[in-house]
Write a protein of this length. Structure first.
Length: 731
């Protein structure tokens, strides 16, 4: 990209920029510049091969450079700009790495009057407690966010070049306004540094009289890690951004006062509410952070074993989503039990918090939702990030289409590749205004059309509960009747829960109808265990000789029990015990013992009733005697991954004769071997291949399993407790 790159200030960050540029082949020559007192450091940088040469005078350092990166402390920028000014070249690109951006721009204005159009302010959000070039490393910026804050006059060419430089160093680049950058960084970086310095300062003085540090351990070390950062640098950063930091300090003080008050008055429930909120907020942060960092989780499964005992798998995902949605829109307070505390359902929960709904919990699956009424949602301040969750995005698009505010829905890489036209198409016919990408995928830009939606009579081209539910939610805000006809029965949790909340919804054959003349009345919800999570154990116990397992309190809504029907057709022994009804949904205990399975042609009418269970049913088919054939399941190609292709690829690696077809798969049962398979980030595929280990004759390594947390974070512990030898490795 560049012939000669000049780094001004070759410390941890400047050195790492140089190393990254060299590692990724982004320039031919790298030179460093520093003050005479930096000579020793520059000498080290040269010896380490970080730079090719260095200068103690600025003119020769920058004269023939086509890119200059300023990597000195933010307080020094004005003097650096002043030194550069006489040699400033139109044909060179200048950029910096400062942690505050308003001060950098001011420094440039001070020196140049107007900020030169070939200076592109930037900030890599990466660092380490150590400083100096010895601590630099080339992948410091890999998968880390980098913010560019161009000004109105910044040259597009310079901006593009700086952006592509950082992308080629592995950074995830965002572009934003200078002030916005400083307000975000004040909260996420500057305030935590001040708090860490403050705490260690206070306790450090106490430690002189007592022995606090002697007994401080991991928690203290983790909380205070950043107090080991360079004090002078942080003094400069905090001073440069004080106008953003001071209001945050005030808010922190108020929060501490609240906590103190709660402790003084023994208000333990309130304290728990605050801690539980913080706990889920941190989980949300980790999910996004680890998503960026592409943290990889691998399941190592040893062959053999059997499943024995009893278990209650976590709450139903579909119902958990809907409990938040309808509870939020209800008049009154809804208590939810059995809520699924996994990333997908928590994404929905967060979206409603972002729209002003007060939700307490979850604590051990219990939530309290303070409903705001059908018209009480507030405009979210930012985009609503829905992670991996297709249900959140599709249902919310219907709900948000008729609101009096605009919204933007985003998701992770998998969700951003999934088809959204299936919902935005019929919604547009109702008068909604939703923009997708050209490919019909997220982000969804929704312009609220309050009072302008019209009912529709829609015949769905595919059997999809998400599309049906999306249109029913939109129908609650539309003029006239909204009807959805499904080509085959799909899960009906939305309809049932609407009725449970006293909202009129009628069903005639395959047609469901709703209108806007209704209100939701808060109603407590007891979410049963998710049959889709139970399915892994139903198959596991069916294929592993000697297994005997009872799964408690599983939802057996007839629109979800296809997996039981299919397994029984294959010869599985599954008993449905203690059938009862809980909050309008049928529930039972499922008892399953090992039984030799045989291959079958899966009846097409069962496909929508077992739509999420096919990955693990393919494993059952691989263990069955004879051929199993699935057809009419093209929908599997647009789930969290292309479940037909990904399962066929993995099964073939394990030595199974699995032939994908356009709308299903043909599997010759036999033995399962070992090998390394990938889930392609699809939670259900990761769990299915783990279950295959019960009948494999060699170890199975399943790559890319982090997304198991979207639906079943306890899977690895539970499956181990019940008898599978699975080790989870993080890297
Ligand atoms: C769901 C519906 C199904 C299912 C998904 C959850 C729901 O999707 O696969 O996991 O909660 O409505 P489709 O509607 O796309 O079939």
């Amino acid at each position: 990209m560049f012939d000669r790159l000049c780094i001004i200030g070759v410390g941890l960050i400047g050195g790492s920029v140089a190393r990254a540029a060299r590692h990724y082949g982004l320039c031919k020559q790298i030179v460093g510049y520093g003050r005479p007192e930096d000579k020793h450091n520059l000498e080290t940088a040269k010896k380490l091969g970080v730079i090719d040469d260095y200068y103690l005078q600025i003119e020769p350092a920058v004269s023939s450079a086509d890119c200059v990166v300023i990597a000195t402390p933010v307080a020094s920028l004005e003097s650096i700009f002043a030194a550069l000014k006489p040699y400033w070249s139109e044909t060179t690109i200048y950029t910096d790495v400062g942690s505050t951006k308003v001060s950098v721009v001011k420094a440039a204005q001070q020196v140049f009057g107007e900020v030169p159009d070939n200076f592109v302010p930037a900030h890599p959000i990466a660092g380490a407690e150590q400083s100096g070039v010895e601590a630099s490393f080339y992948d410091l910026f890999l998968n880390r966010r980098l913010i560019i804050t161009p000004l109105e006059n910044t040259s597009k060419e310079a901006l593009n070049k700086v952006q592509s430089f950082w992308e080629r160093c592995g950074s995830v680049v965002s572009v934003m306004d200078v002030k916005h950058h400083d307000s975000i960084l004040a909260a996420t970086s500057h305030l935590p540094h001040i708090l860490a310095f403050a705490l260690v300062n206070m306790l450090g003085h106490k430690d002189e009289q007592s022995e606090i540090f002697k007994y401080a351990a991991g928690g203290f070390r983790d909380f205070t890690r950043i107090a080991s950062s360079d004090p002078a640098m942080w003094r400069d950063i905090c001073s440069a951004n004080k106008s953003e930091i001071i209001p945050l300090l005030q808010q922190t003080r108020e929060q501490l006062d609240t906590l103190q008050h709660l402790l003084e008055n023994d208000e333990s429930q309130q304290l728990l509410t605050i801690f539980a909120y913080a706990n889920t907020a941190r989980q949300r942060f980790l999910t996004q952070f680890e998503g960026n960092m592409s943290k990889s989780i691998t399941f190592q499964v040893q062959p053999g074993g059997l499943l024995q005992g009893e278990a209650r798998v976590p709450g139903d995902k579909s119902m958990s989503h809907r409990s938040i949605m309808l509870g939020s829109l209800a008049n009154g307070v809804t208590h939810v039990k059995g809520f699924l505390e996994a990333e997908d359902a928590l994404a929905t929960l967060q979206a409603f918090r972002d729209m002003g709904v007060e939700i307490e919990g979850p604590v051990n699956g219990s939530l309290t939702i303070k409903g705001v009424g059908k018209h009480g949602l507030k405009a979210p301040k930012n985009e609503l990030y829905l992670g991996n969750s297709g249900t959140s995005m599709r249902l919310l698009s219907g709900l948000l289409a008729g609101q009096p505010f605009d919204s933007v829905l985003t998701g992770d890489k998998s969700l951003s590749g999934r088809p959204m036209k299936r919902v935005t198409g019929p919604l547009a016919a109702m008068g909604a205004d939703i923009k997708t990408t050209e490919q019909g995928t997220a982000p969804l830009y929704i312009t609220g059309k309050s009072g302008q939606l019209k009912g529709i009579d829609y015949v769905m081209p595919m059997a999809s509960a998400q599309v049906k539910s999306c249109l029913l939610l939109a129908g609650m805000y539309a003029d006239g009747e909204t009807s959805v006809t499904e080509p085959a029965p799909t899960r009906d949790h939305t309809e049932r829960m609407l009725s449970g909340f006293s909202y009129p919804v009628t069903k005639e054959g395959s047609k469901v109808t709703i209108n806007a003349n209704g209100d939701l009345t808060a109603s407590d919800i007891d979410v049963p265990s998710d049959i889709s999570s139970a399915a892994f154990f139903l198959v596991g116990a069916s294929i592993a000789p000697g297994s005997d397992l009872t799964l408690r309190h599983v939802g057996i809504n007839p629109t979800r029990t296809g997996v039981i029907d299919i397994l029984r057709l294959m010869g599985a022994k599954i008993e449905v015990l203690n059938e009862r009804e809980v909050g309008g949904e049928p529930v039972a205990d499922l008892h399953v013992v090992y039984s030799p399975l045989k291959g079958i042609d899966i009846p097409e009418h069962l496909v929508p009733l077992a739509i999420d269970e096919f990955p693990v049913l393919f494993v059952a088919a691989a263990c069955a005697d004879g051929q199993t054939r699935l057809s009419g399941a093209e929908e599997l190609r647009v789930k969290e991954s292309d479940r037909i292709q990904v399962m066929a690829d993995g099964l073939q690696i394990l030595g199974v004769d699995a032939q994908p077809t356009a709308d299903g798969m043909v599997i010759q049962g036999g033995s399962i071997g070992g090998g390394v398979v990938t889930s392609h980030g699809d939670h259900r595929i990761a769990m299915s291949f783990s279950i295959a280990g019960l009948r494999a004759n060699a170890p199975i390594t399943v790559l890319d399993c982090a997304n198991v947390n979207t639906s079943f974070p306890e899977f690895k512990d539970l499956v181990k407790r019940l008898g599978l030898d699975l080790v989870c490795e993080e890297a």
